[in-house]
Write a protein that binds this ligand. Sequence first.
Ligand code: CTP
Ligand code: MG
Length: 224
Amino acid sequence: MAVALLVAAGSGERLGASRPKAFVVLAGRPMLEWSLAAMNDAGIEQVVVALPEGEAAPEGCAGVRGGATRSASVRSALDAAPDAEQVIVHDAARPLVTPEHFTATLAGLAEADCAIAAAPVTDTVKDAGPDRWVTATLDRSRLWAVQTPQAFRRAALEDALDQPPEVLAAATDDAGLVEARGGVVRVVESSARNLKVTTPTDLKLAELLLADRLPPPSAPRRAF
Ligand code: CTP
Ligand code: MG
């Protein structure tokens, strides 16, 4: 059985909106509802949402209070789904996720402890120290820009999160914690379209891309 953990407890400091980022209205619905609609269309039945203070869980989901860091929010949500053997972690800040992202990352668990959506890097990436002298140009064909969803065998995620708070706080993704514990992580190809809304420019771009999808997939349709 699979559970999806939707982490939505961040404040959205860099977006600078008047409410937490996941609850900002985007193309006609609160941002997190775009992800919930894709989860629903992927046939995921159990969803736990990590929430910021003052926000209620959307209908059909369990809600937990998020933590001070992203990893702490994942931890709280995982604890609320003790029976699930497969766990998909997704950022509410990626509203352009599709049902296929969820089904493909889950399928990836057949041969890995963790399977992550990621897009091939299109920029040339250079390595430079704090002094800005370039020391290397990386082989772009091997580089992937990591996204969510990230699917985990439960034991691997439990083990990854069972580390000191400072280690968890420094992690920008949970798959990195699995790697550090010797787990097998596999990339599932995604595209740059599954962008993360961080700044007002990202929000504008997401709005434009989601306009193609209106009316929202699981919004009630009016009968005219
Ligand atoms: N998140 C969370 N709990 C936290 C921090 C982040 O659940 N304590 C979630 C966010 O809600 C978001 C995802 O993790 O869906 C990715 O984090 P990010 O894009 O950094 O969102 P925020 O932390 O809200 O934004 P900012 O860093 O600009 O404040
Ligand atoms: Mg953040």
